[in-house]
Design a protein around this ligand. Structure first.
Ligand SMILES: [Zn+2]
Length: 384
């Protein structure tokens, strides 16, 4: 049973997705980390302990490399999303789904280039979105007809992958040799975090140092991602990581005691050694998030389109929960090539988004979450 039934909306699934971390997957220094079975204190797993090899250039930045790929049936999702939530979402999706006036204005005022094809008149925002989606989908099906987003040029040939159908998660590892880790990796993400199995105790706080920054919102065919330029770092385990980008998944890829949340934001950071650290902020239904409003306002509807946000508008500090305790474990990118050695920190306290904010994203991407992977004895630290 899917808590997020095939959308009755005319926007099926552009699902192709996220490259989420695709970023520079830099070195896999932590992949060799022996802490798999032993609950080593954070300090003992300092990056310096495991020399890393620089990532090959071609492994860098995979964002948005794939354009939307052809997709078919909706992948069935885990059943544990919370029936109340599912009920609300179902109701929302089956409703008229009128996009807010604000969004209408936003779309019209976007500083991005005009649509590639004539935009029919005045349509309700939803109709406009539908048309754009269909254009993007047609272009994708036609074979990367859409102009690649900036930054894609460096990418070599990339296998199409999706969240369902023949190129869905179960097939990622076979799509190309570079994706092998998706199938055989032992420290894959996402995972279900069971409170009963965590290593509970004191843990160093993650030191967030986020400041007003510039952002470019990218619809990369896998997700909505915001590339960030500014002074934004986190310091943990004796290393400082710079924020590169953040993006979204729905439903949340991480599960807490087998429960999924409506969405999750992944904040991807990298240190000077090329190691990645991802902070996951769970998004639950509730009050609207002013931060999400800012991002959605500049959300490009076409795959491979990007929109620059006004200077200084973006401040990730506005997205963080007030309680910054977290779960920490070693994992991988949740999208091909599923490289391991990624330090994950999942914030325990969710932040809220409104149903309308949720709906806006899911109209573009109804499902872009990889199923949970085997924990394989990994230790999950739970900061108390
Ligand atoms: Zn992600």
């Amino acid at each position: 049973m899917s808590p997020f039934p095939a959308s009755p909306s005319p926007l099926p699934a552009l699902r192709t997705l996220c490259l989420a971390l695709g970023l520079a997957l830099g070195a896999n220094a932590w992949a060799a980390d022996p802490a798999t079975a032993a609950p080593a204190p954070a300090a003992s797993r300092a990056p310096a302990a495991t020399p890393s090899a620089p990532a090959p250039a071609k492994a860098a930045s995979k964002e948005g490399r794939d354009t939307a790929s052809k997709t078919t049936p909706v992948e069935s999702l885990p059943t544990n999303s919370g029936s109340a939530m599912a009920e609300k979402i179902r109701a929302a999706l089956s409703g008229t789904a009128i996009v807010s006036k604000k969004m209408t204005v936003t779309v019209e005022d976007n500083p991005k280039p005009p649509p590639r094809t004539a935009t029919p008149t005045p349509p309700a925002a939803r109709t406009l979105a539908t048309q754009r989606y269909q254009q993007a989908r047609a272009a994708a099906v036609a074979g990367h007809a859409a102009a690649p987003a900036a930054g894609d040029k460096a990418h070599g040939g990339e296998a199409h992958w999706a969240y369902e159908g023949d190129t869905g998660p179960q097939a990622w590892g076979k799509l190309k040799p570079d994706f092998n880790t998706c199938a055989i990796g032992k420290r894959q993400s996402p995972i279900n975090i069971e409170n009963g199995n965590t290593l509970q105790g004191p843990a160093e706080p993650v030191q967030f140092a986020y400041t007003p920054s510039n952002g470019t919102v990218v619809n990369n065919g896998h997700t909505i991602q915001v590339d960030v330029q500014g002074e934004n770092t986190i310091t943990v385990r004796g290393s400082t990581y710079r924020l590169l980008q953040f993006h979204f998944h729905t439903p949340s890829e991480e599960q807490i005691n087998s429960k999924r949340f409506p969405m999750v934001a992944h904040l991807v950071h990298k240190n000077n050694e090329g190691q990645l650290a991802v902070v996951a902020v769970l998004l639950d239904e509730g009050a609207a998030s002013p931060f999400i409003d800012k991002v959605w306002t500049y959300m490009p509807l076409d795959a491979n389109d990007r929109v620059r946000m006004p200077q200084g508008l973006l401040n990730l500090a506005e997205l963080l929960p007030t309680d910054q305790r977290y779960y920490q474990f070693m994992g991988s990118l949740t999208t091909p090539p599923c490289s391991e050695g990624v330090l994950w920190m999942v914030m325990k306290q969710p932040v809220t988004i409104s149903r309308g904010q949720y709906r806006l994203f899911t109209q573009l991407y109804p499902n872009n979450a990889r199923p949970v992977q085997a924990v394989n004895g990994r230790v999950v630290r739970e900061a108390l």
